[in-house]
Write a protein that binds this ligand. Structure first.
Ligand code: SAM
Length: 242
């Protein structure tokens, strides 16, 4: 790419992802609001409102981090339902658990430290699985998608909310924002420009809308489709297991 970013080897990538999220965990929520001008809240709200999740449902929020989706699902599934907030990173999981507990959301949530590539749940466990801004951090995305397919119940759906390829007209502004402004914001508010440079790079390397859709089809998902938001800065992919 014209920013000279090279794909890093897999073990190195996994370690790097761990470092990034350990280092940003405490300020993660603030930075989300700042960097997206609060718009990530709408992307997440749209995702949850279109999930069709009902009372009593079992939901897995993988790469759930500080729990933005989990907290919404916890209300929707009610006391008879169940939400699992899973994340590979203990620091993110701790921040998420503290935040939800502080807000009195406790009844029907489990916190599980897990890798999306090898989910520690039985086959056919969940009615709905979400992964929001998580898949691009996963080293082996095909393996992760296959793992999600396995633990999804027949009739259940996967929703992938992730940065994607923005419309052409937005490209120039978007590149400047992500590679110049974003690291500066990161430096200013967390003293850590590197983590935010990684963020921009990981977004650039992530498969575009059609590629991700095909990856979902390849592991067995059916009726796969996506919905662009904010001119394709973000896309919500959906697929079902039958
Ligand atoms: N879903 C939350 C949200 O939308 O605010 C958190 C998103 S955060 C940008 C990405 C999360 O993915 C981090 O908490 C990170 O620890 C987690 N993650 C990275 N690689 C993972 C993996 N292989 N399995 C599970 N979680 C992973």
């Amino acid at each position: 790419t014209h920013f000279g970013y090279k794909e890093v080897p897999t073990a190195e990538k996994a370690r790097h992802v761990a470092d990034v999220f350990h280092s940003v965990a405490g300020k993660y929520d603030l930075m989300n609001d700042l960097m997206s001008l609060g718009i990530h809240r709408f992307w997440k709200l749209f995702t949850v409102s279109n999930s069709g999740v009902r009372r009593g449902a079992k939901v897995l929020d993988i790469a759930g981090g500080t729990g933005d989706l989990t907290r919404k699902f916890a209300k929707m599934v009610g006391e008879t339902g169940h939400v699992v907030l899973a994340d590979i990173n203990g620091s993110m999981l701790n921040v998420g658990r503290d935040r939800l507990t502080d807000d009195g959301i406790v009844a029907n949530i489990d916190y599980v430290q897990a890798n999306a590539e090898a989910l520690p749940f039985p086959d056919n466990s969940f009615d709905c699985i979400t992964i929001a801004f998580g898949l691009r951090n996963v080293t082996d995305k095909d393996k992760a998608l296959a793992s999600m397919f396995r633990v999804l119940k027949p009739g259940g759906q996967l929703m992938v909310l992730e940065f994607s390829k923005p419309a052409d007209w937005l490209g120039g502004i978007y590149d400047t924002y992500s590679f110049k402004v974003l690291p500066q914001l990161g430096k200013l508010f967390t003293g850590d420009a590197e983590s935010y440079r990684y963020l921009a790079e990981s977004i650039r390397m992530h498969p575009d809308q059609e590629t991700l859709k095909q990856m979902m089809i390849d592991v067995g998902f059916e009726r796969c489709d996506y919905h662009n938001m904010s001119a394709g800065i973000v896309a919500l992919h959906r697929g079902y297991k039958f």
